[in-house]
Design a protein around this ligand. Structure first.
Ligand SMILES: Nc1ncnc2c1ncn2[C@@H]1O[C@H](COP(=O)(O)OP(=O)(O)OP(=O)(O)O)[C@@H](O)[C@H]1O
Ligand SMILES: [Mg+2]
Length: 165
């Protein structure tokens, strides 16, 4: 479904991804692991079109997407859940959720009611500004004595080649 073939990504002159390849099949959940600074975020940014690769190929269901702008890749169905609490602080909880809504036409389609059923606290906070929810979430995780919750899109590293290692 998602194919990354030998991509090379740079920040200016800094060559960060050296021929990274991986595949994610339909219905497959894949995790990408690596030490700090290894290039996990850069790979996700390349797939999403935020930091396009300069060489190699990225294809979704056989269609090359590596030269597309990020908004077109998102419309094609690729989603990025950013690490940390990077929400739109001035928008309400409901508005933040609606930003991620993309009807697929399937019977089990996304709906805000389904999200509220899964996460009932969000229904209670639907009209609250995102900034307040973020602060509450932060207090909550600190008081629980653990790291902030992280949700990130992860892909496989099984075929990854990174010559910097
Ligand atoms: N905006 C940037 N400009 C220049 N170099 C960057 C930029 N972002 C990341 N880098 C560098 O690219 C390399 C890969 O960073 P990246 O953030 O992709 O790693 P990571 O695996 O996600 O790390 P972490 O586990 O800390 O999140 C690192 O050497 C980092 O310093
Ligand atoms: Mg990272």
């Amino acid at each position: 479904m998602l194919e990354v073939e030998a991509i090379h990504t740079y920040y200016g002159d800094s060559h960060v991804l050296h021929g990274v390849s991986l595949r994610v099949g339909a219905g497959e959940a894949v995790a990408l692991l690596g030490r700090n600074g290894a290039g996990k975020t850069t790979l996700i940014r390349s797939i999403m079109g935020f930091t396009p690769s300069r060489d190699g190929r990225i294809a979704l269901e056989g269609e090359p997407i590596h030269s597309w702008p990020a908004h077109r890749i998102a419309r094609r169905g690729v989603a990025l859940v950013p690490q940390g609490r990077r929400i739109f602080a001035p928008l309400t909880v409901r508005e933040n959720l609606l930003l991620g809504a993309r009807p697929s036409g399937r019977a089990d389609d996304w709906s805000i009611e389904r999200v509220f059923d899964l996460f009932p606290r969000l229904r209670e906070r639907a009209s609250q500004a995102g900034a307040r929810s973020r602060a509450a979430s932060s207090r909550c995780s600190r008081s629980a004595g653990r790291c902030s919750p992280t949700a990130a899109c992860c892909f496989s590293t099984s075929r990854r080649r990174d010559s910097r290692r």
